[in-house]
Design a protein around this ligand. Structure first.
Ligand SMILES: Nc1ncnc2c1ncn2[C@@H]1O[C@H](COP(=O)(O)OP(=O)(O)O)[C@@H](O)[C@H]1O
Ligand SMILES: [Mg+2]
Length: 203
């Protein structure tokens, strides 16, 4: 079992205004954990710290008590807006293969059609783009995915399809999933337990 741990995390964008203070969090790779909190409470900031997009925090992030080495990060972030993290000049083929070469089974599971690979991100719907960004995060070396409001912008049907596929694959591959959302009903439906940012953030 792999354990992702955040210990005594403190961070503020402006020095005198901390967003996170002495935050402790832990999950293992067989769990689906919800992270709930009000808008502006620091959820996305914490996601970026967990996945090294923010590095100037204090505290420690470890997997099995080892600090995470540089190179491919086994803790992958999936963003709310997939189009903002894809190079608009690259076709989907290149965008995916920058991370890994997915098998046909997994493409089928996410309902990704082969001909979409020859398109630019702007030639896909929001739901289709998000399927690709989830797929990109599911590199075989990934141990945890941090899903930051990943279906907030999508319609209810697409939302259900995406969660079914992601949670099925995560279970198969023993990837832990942190589902970050301000939608309590969603977290209640799909996660094993819910953590409240207020309770783990000693601010
Ligand atoms: N790059 C940034 N520079 C300065 N302040 C920021 C930045 N990103 C977020 N913030 C502020 O940090 C706080 C927490 O934001 P965020 O982590 O996005 O919250 P949440 O995801 O819970 O809505 C907010 O007050 C937000 O305005
Ligand atoms: Mg956010």
């Amino acid at each position: 079992m792999n354990i992702l741990k955040a210990e005594n995390i403190s961070f503020g964008y402006i020095e005198k205004k901390p967003i996170l203070k002495g935050l402790d969090f832990e999950m293992n790779n067989s769990e689906v954990v919800g992270l709930f909190g009000d808008s502006g409470s620091g959820k996305s900031t914490f996601c970026k710290i967990l996945t090294r997009f923010i590095q100037d925090y204090s505290g420690k992030i470890t997997i099995n008590n080892n600090e995470i080495e540089s190179g491919f990060n086994p803790v992958q972030l999936i963003f709310q807006h997939p189009e903002k993290v894809m190079n608009p000049k690259w076709k989907m083929n290149k965008i995916i293969r920058e991370s890994w070469n997915p098998t046909d089974d997994i493409l089928d599971e996410f309902g990704i059609k082969k001909d979409w690979f020859d398109r630019y991100p702007s030639e896909l719907s929001g739901g289709e783009q998000q399927r690709f960004s989830i797929l990109r995060a599911l590199n075989p070396k990934t141990q945890f995915v941090i899903a930051d409001e990943i279906t907030t912008m999508l319609d209810a049907v697409t939302q259900v399809q995406i969660w079914e596929s992601l949670l099925k694959i995560a279970k198969e591959k023993q990837v832990g999933v942190l589902v970050v959302s301000h939608d309590y009903n969603l977290l209640n439906r799909i996660t094993d337990r819910i953590v409240y940012l207020d309770n783990i953030n000693n601010i």
